[in-house]
Design a binder for this molecule. Sequence first.
Ligand code: ARG
Length: 590
Amino acid sequence: MPSILSSLDSVARSAFEALGFPSQIAAVRASDRDDVPYQCNGAMAAAGITKKRGEKLNPREIAAQAVAIMSADPAIGSLEIAGPGFINITPADDLITRRAEALLADPAADLKADISKTIVVDYGGANVAKPMHVGHLRSAVLGEAIKRILRAQGHTVIGDVHMGDWGLQMGHLISELAEEQPDLPYFDDAFEGDYPSEPPVTMDDLARLYPQASNKAKSDKDRMELSRVATAQLQAGRRGYRALLDHFIDVSVAALKIGYGNLGVEFDLWKGEACVDPLIPDMIDDLKASGIAEQDDGALIIRVAEGEKDKTPPVMLLASSGAVLYHTTDLATLIDRKAEINPDLIVYVVDQRQALHFEQVFRGAVKAGWYDRGQLFHAGFGTMNGKDGKPFKTREGGVLRLEDLMEIMHEAARDRLDSSGIGADFGPEERTEIARKIGLAALKFADLQNQRMTNYIFDPERFTAFEGKTGPYLLYAVVRIKSILRKAAEMDVESGAFHIEAETEKQLVLSLDAYARAIELAAEKYAPHILCEHIYTVAQSFSRFYADCPILADDVPDAVQASRLSLAKATLSQLEHGLDLLAIEAPDRM
Ligand code: ARG
């Protein structure tokens, strides 16, 4: 069944239509007032329309006419005209009950979009061997939520990690390894046999070799040249270097799978920049042949500025050294995705500081005729900052490693548990597991509840608080309902038919009702914070309901207990469903 909101919306729209007005002016929305749930402000716009027509009706008159039509509909509980002509709407009790039944039966009811699309979400974007930084963290957390929200709408969504594995960092690694272990067959041009299947390095080696090389190269031009040459030779297809690259990728992917796995982030595709390299020569030829790419000062570019005043710099396909660039691999990836997936839409969840890069790439792809502009979207995001207002770093000032960040959160969560006495009588293993879940929920919710583009400050203490709009508060809400249900089972109290009477009960159902709309908006704007806000509202509504309406107390009649238990179940399943879309996991108890 449609949500209560959309049922009321239809009623208001058809009333205004019957009065000869366009239906869209009658849209119903949640009211700002606490005492009435919904309102329709169509009468004001309608009055404006009559003025133009020369009839000049006042809004209160129009509202009265609309109310006369609307009141006959069984969805309506009561209507009231307020102020200059606002129509306040309270839904019928029966509608609330039926909606509660539908929500209990299926928390994912009515989430599906009208048209199901094939969508690629490009997120994560970790670089092989380079440690992940907070930008990668945000991309993973936001991207995972966006992917799951779109999936909940019934789209076919493919998450691609799109690793950075084709740039200078590979040259750094190769040349540094060549210095440390020059006797490896990968460096021997005369070697014609099969290279070893075992990688010559571990993840720890890679994590050491990369900063070692990049630090040296910073102050030493000759050392930098070695990395450049290695990169160029790799990209030109030198056999031993390709074999090394494959090893580096395998070793990194194994480590990344663990890192992302610990974060609850899963990818369908583990592709990277290197895997589209074979497509580049043909792409360049085609772009040259069609006149889209042109030579400029030795480089190969695509001009993408639109008009005289537009200063957007060109797409760089090939540097004058012949090197392939970040634009090039992203364009080749667009060709690969078209051939392999043919998506209706590609969403890039990448740091807002790369906005220009994507603008250029998108314009290039449109100019080449591969995609329409509407098929490509950069969902940028702001940075997670330290207390100094700059992008968060470790205490030593280095880039933050994901493991370290998770350890910081885990510790903050453990401190919270200790100081609050929550779970004090649980065993050490369970406490550790609970702290892990709290730490992750705290981090993710803190990240997701902000509008994507805003920067926010990393504050583990605030993130892990059990009060306020935090991950732990929501986990606590879930755990509390789970414990009510467990206790009910012990007491042999069963859930049953709804009798929704108390105001806080109705409020809770209306809060739950808004889920479908929240998902719709969150998907439309790639904005998980809208879902966060919804989940938080539901948790608060439940709290108010539970404070007002005891469930398991002795003096509560059986039928009332059964109904309230059903309401608790419906709330739990929606909270769990919603948190799962944010990739947040709750413990069973705490
Ligand atoms: N590896 C890149 C970085 O670390 C992010 C990749 C984003 N995705 C893309 N298709 N360019 O900045």
